[in-house]
Design a binder for this molecule. Structure first.
Ligand code: FUC
Length: 837
C-alpha cells in the first residue's frame, strides 16, 4: 500500500513539474512573441483563423477583405460595397390607403390584433423585403510545403491598417503583408521569404455566385459575376475582379484557371474589384473598364509608394484621436485570450485598443462618396447573411455613426448623409402611395436601392419613423461643425420629413395630442399584448420633438419659410409629453404598460437620454431619474448592439462604473464557430461584435459609449470626465470633438483632470464642466461660469414638463459636485487649462 502511495506521489510530482515547465515555456514564448511583435494597437494571434470570426478585416470604404492567415492556404474573402442582390427596386404596398383608416380605428379602440392583421395585409410589402449585401468570393493562395510550420504570428496593426502573417518552415521565415489602399483602390498582398526562391503557390478565385474565373495571362487572374436574384428582383449588379501577380525571381505559369508561381523571391499581388453600380437608380458603369483602370494605375507605382500613400491616407483620420488608459501586463497575450480573460483581469489597454478598433472600422467601411456601413460594415462572407446585412434604421444604422462626429471622423459620416438625401427622394412616393401624405417617409429597413416600404411584418416593420431618426444625423453633423453651407444643402430634406408628419399625424382621442399611428415601439410588444401595433409611443414623440425643433432652428438660421415653421411650431406644441409611469419608469408607450420583467434588447424610449439630449441630469432631473429606473429594469446582458447602446446610456446617466460593467459584458468572448443566433452577445476573437451573429453596430456603439464616458457636450457645456469609472484612474485622450466645433484633449490622474487643451475652430464661449476645480491663479480670461451659455450651439433643449403617475415614487439622483467655467475663445486658437490636484 505504502509503496503504491509513494509512487503515486512521485508521479504526481513529475506531472506537476512538467506542467510548470510547460506553463513557463508557454509564458516565455508568448512574451517573446509580444516582444517581437504585438504592442500597442496591434491585435495579434498565435494561430491561423479557422473561422470567419477569427479572420482579420481590412477595407478602404469600397473594397474589403477578411484575411485568414493560414500558411498552407491563404484566403482573402472579398467584398465590394455596391455588390448587392437584385437591382433598382421599390416595395410600397399600393393598398396602403385602403387599410389606413380602419387600422387607426382599431388601434384607438384597443383592438390591436385586428389592426395588426390589417396592417400586414394593407401596409406590409407584398414581396420585396430588401436586398442582400453579398460576397464577391475569395482569392485563394495554396502553398507548397508548409507542413510543420513554427513561430506562427498574425496581427492587425490598427495604426497602419496592415495585416501581417509570419511563420517559419525549416530555416526559412515567410511573411505576408496585406492592406486595402484607399488612394489606389486596390487590395495589396506582399509575400516575402528570408531566403531566395522559396515562394511557390497556386492562386485562384472562387465564388458561391454565378461566375466565370480565368487566367488572362501568366500574371493576371480574372473573375466576373452577377449578384443574386432575391424576392422577385433579378440580380443585376455585375462585378469584375482581377488579381495581378508580380513576381521577383522564379516564374509564373497558367494552370487551368489558376496561376502557378514557382520559386519566386518575392511576390506582390494587387486585387482590383469594380461593379456596374453608379447610384441607387443606375447600373450603367462599365465594371471591366473601372476594374482595369484601378489596376493599371496602381501597378505603375512602386510597392513602397503604394504602401506609404495608404498609410498616409489612413492616418490622416486615425491619428486625430489617441487614447491611453495605461499599459496592461495582459498585452503579452494574444488578443483572443485577453478577451476571454477580460472580466477577470486588469486590462485597460484592451479597452483602449477596442475603442480604436471601432474608429479603425469606421474609416475602413465608410468613406466619402461611398456606401453606408451596413449591418456588417463592409465585411460579409455569406450570400445569405443575417437580416440580409442591410440597413436596419430603427437603431442599428444610426448606431454605426454615433462615433463619427465625436471621435473626429466627420468625413466618415458623409455616406450616411447622402443616404438620407436619397431616401428623401425615394420615400416621397412611399408617403404618397401608402399614406396619401406629402413629404417623405422611411420605415424600419432600407437597402442600397433605398427601399422605403414596410418590410418583414407589422410588429417590426410598421414603424414610419426611420427617416425621422436618420434625419437627426443631418443636424448632428452641423452642431459639431457649424457649417452653414452644408446645413443649407440638407434643409430641404428636414423640411420634407416634417411635411410628411404634418399630414400623417392624427389626434388621439383621450388627450387630443398629435400622434403617429400605426406604429410600434421598435420591435417590442407590450407584455400581454399579441400585437406591437400602437399609436404615439414614446420614441416616436421624442423623434418628432427633435425633428421639428431642429428643422425650425435650421429654418431660422437660414432665414427661410417663416409661415411653414410657424405651422411646425403648432405641431410641436401638440405632441405628447414624456410620461413617468406607476413604477417611476419612463413610459415606453402612451399607456402605462411597462413591465419590470421586460428585458427586450431595444430600449427605444431611452432615445431621449441617448443619442438625444431631451433627458439630462441638470435640466430634467425627474425624467433623468425615470430613465434610470427604466434602464435598470431592462437589465445589462443582451445582444451586442444593445450592450453597446447601454454603455452610452449609463454614461449619460453619469454612472461610469455601470458603463464600465457593460463594456466588460460586451467584451465577453463568444465562440467563433457558433455563427448562428441565440445566446448572449459579446465579442468574437477578431474583436467583431457578436449579436450573435456578427453585427458591427455593437463595435461602433461601444466606441461611442467610451467617448461619452470621457466627454459630453449636449447639455449646455463641455463636460469632461462625466462618467469616469473608478478603475480608470489615470489616462489621457486627444482630439475628441464637442458641439460648437471645439476639439478637446485632456489628461487625468487619480481620477482627477490635470490638464485640458481646447482648440477652438469656430470661436465663441467655451463652457466647461469639470469634476475638480481649475487653478484660476494667473488665469486672465477663464472665469467661473454664470447665467446661460451665450454660445448658440449649447442652447438648452426645453421639453414639456413630464406627466407623472400618482403612484410613481421618484428617487432623485444626487449629483456629484462639478465646476463650471467660461472661456471666451477665438477661432483657430488653442487654450490650455490646468486643474487643481
Ligand atoms: C433588429 C434587432 C435585431 C437585429 C436586427 C438587425 O431587428 O431587433 O436584434 O439587430 O435589427
Amino acid at each position: 500500500m505504502k509503496i503504491i502511495k509513494s509512487n503515486k506521489i512521485k508521479k504526481m510530482k513529475v506531472l506537476q513539474r512538467n506542467l510548470l515547465i510547460f506553463v513557463l515555456c508557454l509564458l516565455q514564448s508568448l512574451q517573446l512573441a509580444h516582444a517581437q511583435h504585438g504592442g500597442k494597437l496591434k491585435m495579434w494571434y498565435d494561430k491561423p483563423a479557422s473561422n470567419w470570426n477569427e479572420a482579420l478585416p481590412l477595407g478602404n470604404g469600397r473594397i474589403a477583405a477578411m484575411v485568414f492567415g493560414n500558411p498552407a492556404k491563404e484566403q482573402l474573402q472579398l467584398n465590394e460595397s455596391s455588390f448587392w442582390s437584385g437591382g433598382p427596386s421599390r416595395n410600397d404596398n399600393p393598398d396602403g390607403l385602403k387599410g389606413l383608416d380602419s387600422i387607426r380605428y382599431y388601434i384607438f379602440n384597443g383592438n390591436y390584433t385586428r389592426a395588426n392583421t390589417l396592417s400586414n395585409k394593407f401596409l406590409t410589402a407584398k414581396q420585396l423585403h430588401g436586398s442582400m449585401f453579398q460576397s464577391i468570393g475569395n482569392l485563394n493562395l495554396a502553398f507548397n510545403n508548409t507542413d510543420g510550420f513554427t513561430n506562427y504570428y498574425r496581427e492587425l496593426d490598427l495604426e497602419n491598417a496592415i495585416q501581417t502573417t509570419t511563420y517559419q518552415v525549416g530555416d526559412v521565415t515567410f511573411k505576408r503583408e496585406v492592406f486595402a489602399s484607399q488612394p489606389d483602390q486596390v487590395i495589396v498582398i506582399k509575400l516575402t521569404a528570408s531566403k531566395p526562391g522559396q515562394l511557390s503557390f497556386s492562386a485562384s478565385f472562387d465564388s458561391q455566385l454565378q461566375k466565370t474565373s480565368t487566367a488572362l495571362d501568366v500574371h493576371t487572374l480574372e473573375m466576373t459575376g452577377l449578384s443574386g436574384s432575391h424576392e422577385g428582383v433579378t440580380g443585376q449588379v455585375k462585378f469584375d475582379t482581377r488579381a495581378k501577380i508580380i513576381n521577383t525571381g522564379g516564374s509564373t505559369s497558367v494552370d487551368a484557371n489558376n496561376i502557378k508561381v514557382s520559386n519566386a523571391n518575392e511576390v506582390v499581388i494587387m486585387i482590383s474589384i469594380a461593379t456596374n453600380f453608379v447610384d441607387y437608380k443606375t447600373l450603367t458603369a462599365n465594371e471591366v473598364e473601372k476594374c482595369t483602370n484601378y489596376l493599371t494605375a496602381a501597378q505603375k507605382k512602386p510597392y513602397a509608394k503604394v504602401l506609404k500613400d495608404h498609410i498616409t491616407a489612413f492616418q490622416k483620420y486615425f491619428n486625430r484621436v489617441s487614447f491611453d488608459l495605461g499599459t496592461s501586463p495582459a498585452a503579452q497575450f494574444p488578443t483572443d485570450l485577453r478577451i476571454k480573460n477580460f472580466s477577470k483581469s486588469n486590462d485597460p489597454e484592451l479597452v483602449s485598443m477596442y475603442y480604436q478598433f471601432g474608429r479603425y472600422l469606421l474609416i475602413s467601411s465608410s468613406q466619402p462618396g461611398g456606401q453606408v456601413a451596413n449591418l456588417q460594415g463592409i465585411w460579409n462572407g455569406s450570400n445569405n447573411p443575417a437580416w440580409d446585412s442591410k440597413y436596419t434604421i430603427n437603431i442599428n444604422t444610426e448606431m454605426n455613426y454615433w462615433p463619427a462626429e465625436k471621435c473626429n471622423l466627420s468625413e466618415m459620416h458623409e455616406p450616411l448623409i447622402q443616404m438620407v438625401k436619397e431616401l428623401s427622394e425615394s420615400g416621397k412616393e412611399t408617403a404618397k402611395v401608402m399614406y396619401g401624405a406629402n413629404g417623405w417617409v422611411a420605415h424600419h429597413n432600407t437597402d442600397i436601392w433605398r427601399i422605403t416600404g414596410v418590410v418583414d411584418f407589422a410588429d417590426a416593420g410598421q414603424w414610419p419613423m426611420g427617416g425621422a431618426w436618420l434625419s437627426q444625423h443631418l443636424w448632428e453633423k452641423y452642431i459639431y461643425s457649424g457649417d452653414l453651407k452644408y446645413l443649407g444643402s440638407v434643409y430641404p430634406v428636414l423640411k420634407s420629413a416634417c411635411e410628411f408628419y404634418k399630414d400623417f399625424l392624427i389626434e388621439e382621442p383621450t388627450h387630443k395630442w398629435l400622434v403617429v399611428s400605426p406604429s410600434v415601439s421598435p420591435e417590442n410588444t407590450p407584455v400581454g399584448h399579441r400585437s406591437a401595433l400602437v399609436a404615439g409611443c414614446t420614441i416616436d414623440n421624442q423623434l418628432l420633438f427633435d425633428l421639428f425643433t431642429k428643422t425650425i432652428k435650421v429654418a431660422k438660421l437660414l432665414k427661410k419659410d417663416p409661415s411653414l415653421t410657424a405651422d411646425f411650431q403648432k405641431i410641436l406644441d401638440r405632441l405628447p409629453p414624456m410620461q413617468i409611469g406607476r413604477l417611476g419608469q419612463l413610459q415606453e408607450w402612451l399607456e402605462d404598460w411597462d413591465n419590470p420583467n421586460d428585458h427586450n434588447r431595444h430600449v427605444s424610449h431611452l432615445y431621449g437620454l441617448f443619442p438625444s439630449n431631451q433627458i439630462t441630469p441638470y435640466t430634467t432631473p425627474q425624467l433623468f431619474d425615470a430613465a434610470r429606473t427604466s434602464l435598470n429594469y431592462r437589465g445589462d446582458v443582451s445582444t451586442g448592439w444593445s450592450m453597446g447602446w447601454k454603455v452610452n446610456l449609463w454614461a449619460r446617466l453619469l454612472d461610469g462604473n455601470h458603463a464600465r460593467k457593460l463594456i466588460s459584458d460586451q467584451l465577453t468572448l463568444v465562440d467563433p464557430a457558433k455563427g448562428g443566433f441565440g445566446g448572449g452577445g459579446g465579442t468574437y476573437p477578431n474583436f467583431f461584435d457578436a449579436h450573435p451573429p456578427f453585427q458591427i453596430d455593437g463595435n461602433f456603439g461601444c466606441t461611442s459609449g467610451i467617448t461619452e464616458m470621457l466627454l459630453q457636450s449636449h447639455d449646455g457645456s463641455i463636460d469632461i470626465l462625466p462618467a469616469l469609472p473608478d478603475d480608470w484612474k489615470n489616462g489621457s485622450i486627444t482630439g475628441l470633438k464637442a458641439y460648437g466645433g471645439f476639439e478637446v484633449s485632456f489628461v487625468w490622474e487619480n481620477n482627477k483632470v490635470q490638464k485640458i487643451t481646447i482648440k477652438s475652430n469656430l470661436g465663441g464661449n467655451c463652457r466647461i464642466r469639470v469634476p475638480n476645480e481649475v487653478n484660476l491663479a494667473g488665469e486672465k480670461i477663464l472665469k467661473v461660469a454664470t447665467g446661460e451659455n451665450p454660445n448658440p450651439f449649447f442652447e438648452i433643449v426645453k421639453v414639456k414638463e413630464p406627466l407623472i403617475s400618482a403612484d410613481a415614487k421618484l428617487n432623485p439622483v444626487i449629483l456629484k459636485t462639478t465646476y463650471l467655467y467660461d472661456l471666451p475663445t477665438e477661432a483657430g486658437k488653442i487654450y490650455t487649462i490646468i486643474c487643481k490636484k
